[in-house]
Design a protein around this ligand. Structure first.
Ligand SMILES: [Zn+2]
Length: 618
């Protein structure tokens, strides 16, 4: 039922080719200088520094990850010169430097310590190098809009002899995948184009004519690259066709999935023509299992790829107005992350179904888990997804032991807000309209022409007006209740007309402390105490180290507490001994019934009418 309400098509514009400047106004050279010490060396040349003294600054955060990270703390040494003479840089604040007025080009050289194994910063050792521009490239104030050239220099270290380079940056004087000079149209593109260097596995597929590189760094025995490419191609083509049903025109000239495979890890960060991912090597497909079903871990990885790829449209081009442009020195507040992260989370798994990666039953199993996860936390009754978006900087990204009681995830609840809205629109319009139409309208009005000149972004008021217009509904009360308010999206009621049965299978008789438990060496430590639960009522706290339940030792094995409690019923009282810091405490706990929602969603196969099916899956 998707794309049933076509909105006027405009001729799509491709991202403009960056100009090839003869003497680049802003040029960087970056070299992996010392692999063992994890140091990149950067040399920045500013041809025409500001006459009253050039201001230089490193971003304090990276778009897509809403937390002040103060990347400049990793600059180890910085010095400058002009006309062969040293120039003193004045430090203005933690991430800014001021050069005095100089004649002719200003050259600044600095080392960056790169030892953050995440997609958000930079990492360098003998196995590979990775950096985001936000970690390594000082911004030349006032010259953000000119072309930025970067020479990625081959490291001298013998360990890097076989290394290649992967980035979405266009080559200026480099072979594809080679060391050499690359160019960005402006500073924004430069820092939105992470670079991976190493001895990686590489394969390329095309999706609706656009080349997509799959780069895998890290040892992965018998990696089934052919299967990975085939599956990603299906997902990418489905998403491209979703946003441009007529032309199937992708918004970028090429795309790079750069993936670091590690023992245990998960995460991704979106960029306009690439994504940086970290995954567990076990989640990648192996040729040893050829022909077998996709594993749960592999589906999770494909879901991550689908999520970051959807961001190519939703947040990299359709953006909150406050991100256009970003101010990378301070927090940029928006109440809209439920739309940019929540709806992306709604569509990531949906596209796994639409692209044929998973079936309906698996989809609803995954959805049931998300619903249960949202209903688990009391924080959802105190913070709306709009507030959670706004406070992402100090709350969602800086979660502590009280997070389940105090905050709601704009990802998880945001995805349910999207689902609820989709169902409501589909039902109200008799299947003629859906959330898909809203995403398409957002794309056509705010996203498609964003680069290179659009730079407009969408305001919260425009979002709400567009939702009303495209849905043909008055959605103010939906926004008031579920987006600006803290009510639960009534999914049981909304799913019923589509033949999806919603049940909560938690067991009222199963005894529970209502805590999260983590392993602390050989002991079990409370990592969260849920408000209103048995442990909370008995006075227990996150951080308490469990010692015994009715005199029987609690071990660090997560199954152990459950086994001890299984001999009791809800309503029974037990003595719990626990250490708070180094003081032994005794708690009298009246066990409650299981408070973990066990939401199960299942399609009633007897339903036959057209709408009485989960139509968003097609
Ligand atoms: Zn995201």
């Amino acid at each position: 039922m998707k794309n049933k309400t076509p909105i006027k098509e405009k001729t799509p514009t491709r991202q403009a080719k960056p100009p090839r400047a003869a003497v680049p106004a802003v040029a960087y050279a970056i070299v992996a200088k010392d692999l063992a010490a994890h140091l990149f060396q950067v040399t920045l040349t500013v041809q025409q520094p500001a006459p009253d003294g050039q201001l230089l600054a490193l971003p304090a955060w990276i778009p897509g990850s809403y937390m002040i990270r103060e990347f400049s703390r990793n600059i180890v040494q910085i010095r400058a010169e002009a006309n062969g003479q040293p120039v003193a840089l004045a430090k203005l604040d933690k991430h800014s430097w001021q050069a005095p007025p100089v004649e002719g080009p200003l050259t600044v050289q600095y080392d960056v310590y790169a030892w953050d194994l995440s997609v958000r910063a930079a990492h360098l050792d003998q196995t590979h190098g990775f950096f985001n521009g936000t970690s390594v490239f000082l911004r030349v104030a006032g010259q953000e809009e000119v072309p930025h050239v970067v020479d990625i220099v081959r490291p001298a270290d013998e360990a890097a002899r076989g290394w290649r380079v992967a980035t979405a940056l266009p080559e200026l004087k480099a072979k594809r995948y080679g060391f050499g000079t690359y160019v960005a149209a402006d500073y924004d593109e430069l820092i939105d184009s992470p670079v991976e260097m190493g001895d990686f596995a590489l394969a390329t597929f095309t999706a609706h004519g656009v080349p997509h590189d799959v780069v895998i760094t890290g040892r992965v025995p018998n990696l089934d690259m052919a299967r990975l490419c085939a599956d990603l191609k299906a997902i990418c083509e489905t998403q491209i066709a979703f946003f441009e049903p007529k032309t199937r025109h992708a918004p970028m000239d090429r795309y790079v999935f750069m993936t670091l495979a590690v023992g245990d890890g998960y995460g991704g960060l979106e960029h306009r023509a690439s994504t940086a991912l970290i995954c567990a090597r076990a989640d990648l497909p192996t040729t040893a299992a050829q022909g077998k079903e996709r594993s749960e871990g592999y589906i999770k990885f494909l879901g991550l790829c689908s999520h970051e790829y959807f961001h190519t449209w939703n947040v990299k081009r359709i953006k909150p107005a406050v991100f256009a442009p970003y101010d990378l020195q301070v927090e940029n507040y928006t109440p809209l992350l439920w739309l940019f992260e929540g709806f992306t989370s709604y569509y990531d798994d949906l596209f796994l179904v639409r692209a044929g990666m998973i079936g309906e039953a698996t989809y609803f199993k995954m959805l049931g888990k998300t619903v249960g996860g949202v209903l688990r936390g009391a924080g959802r009754t105190k913070q709306s997804v709009a507030e959670s978006s706004f406070d992402a900087w100090s709350k969602y990204y800086r979660q502590d032991e009280n997070a389940p009681n105090a905050i709601v995830s704009y990802y998880a609840k945001g995805s349910l807000v999207g689902l609820g809205l989709d169902l409501a629109i589909r039902q109200k319009s008799g299947g003629k309209r859906s959330l898909d139409d809203i995403m398409l309208a957002l794309w056509q009005r705010y996203g498609r022409d964003f680069y290179p000149h659009g730079r407009r972004g969408v305001t919260p008021g425009e979002v709400e007006a567009l939702f009303d217009e495209i849905s043909g509904m008055r959605l103010k009360s939906y926004f008031d209740k579920y987006i600006r308010g803290t009510e639960d999206v009534p999914l049981a009621k909304l799913l019923a007309p589509f033949g999806v049965k919603y049940t909560d299978e938690r067991k009222p008789a199963k005894p529970s402390l209502d805590v999260n438990i983590g392993r602390d060496g050989a002991d079990a430590k409370l990592s969260a105490v849920h408000e209103g639960g048995a442990a909370h009522r008995a006075g227990m706290s996150a951080g308490d180290l469990l010692v015994a339940v009715d005199g029987l030792r609690v071990t660090g094995n997560p199954a152990n507490v459950e086994a001890l409690l299984s001999r009791y019923s809800a309503g029974d009282t037990v003595q719990v001994h626990a250490f708070r810091r180094d003081e032994l405490m005794t708690f009298t706990v009246r066990l409650q019934g299981d408070r973990v929602p066990g939401i199960v969603l299942a399609i009633d196969s007897a339903r036959k009418s057209a709408l009485a099916r989960p139509t968003m899956l097609r």
